[in-house]
Design a protein around this ligand. Structure first.
Ligand SMILES: [Zn+2]
Length: 216
């Protein structure tokens, strides 16, 4: 049962049982409210300062918000495993849970190996589609390499694919490719430009103005 940001719980029984176990303590009255709360916490409303972890052995995503004490687990396929308020008597032990913190700036999404988009809601496998470049993993990359799919996407104008996921504010496909190390800037200074005193520094400045903001 897909929800807004995740695939929801795996089955009606998963949702029902987890609601019964944790819904009341979270102050939620129905299974629907519980499912939507977990969904929003995992992707939408998870506070900025919340700690995010990945579980080494299963690749679960595990955000924990200390201020509200909410803990949730999303599996690698994009299904919600659980969402609860940890028992106050039990301290969350990172080692015990097999968790390690996500890197700085690392979001809750998966990176697309074709276009470098960082917020794929599901891993790039198993017929999941990158909302950015539209690559369907297992289908498009069955007979083509990721770099040839990237070339095709770039040649077609780096268009945003998804209608369901909105284009992120300030999205810039070229910066995305550069940051992901999937593209590089090549400068070719023509003899005429050189004669006019236009060197690579001027061209880089012009290029960065054209693509918007490049961090200095
Ligand atoms: Zn992509």
């Amino acid at each position: 049962m897909p929800l807004r940001h995740t695939r929801g719980f795996k089955s009606a029984q998963h949702l029902s049982d987890h609601f019964k176990a944790h819904g009341l303590r979270l102050g939620l009255g129905t299974e629907k409210e519980y499912g939507e709360f977990a969904d929003a916490f995992l992707r939408g409303s998870c506070p900025q300062g919340a700690q995010k972890f990945r579980r080494l052995w299963k690749d679960d995503l595990v955000p924990y918000d200390e201020s509200s004490n909410v803990f949730a687990v999303l599996d690698a396929k994009g299904f919600i495993k659980t969402c609860y308020l940890p028992d106050p008597l039990r301290t969350l032990d990172d080692d015990e849970l097999g968790l390690f913190p996500c890197g700085e700036g690392e979001g809750m999404g998966y990176q697309c190996p074709v276009c470098g988009f960082l917020e794929m809601p599901y891993p790039p496998e198993d017929y999941n589609i990158c909302p950015c470049c539209g690559t369907e993993f297992g289908y498009h990359d069955f007979s083509r390499t990721h770099s040839s799919l990237r070339r095709i996407w770039i040649d077609a104008g780096c268009r945003w694919f998804s209608s369901a996921m909105q284009l992120p504010a300030g999205w810039n496909p070229f910066l995305q490719l550069l940051k992901a190390g999937l593209a590089e800037i090549r400068l070719h200074v023509s003899a005429d430009a050189q004669a006019m005193g236009v060197g690579p520094a001027t061209l880089i400045r012009t290029a960065s103005e054209n693509v918007g903001t490049i961090a200095a």
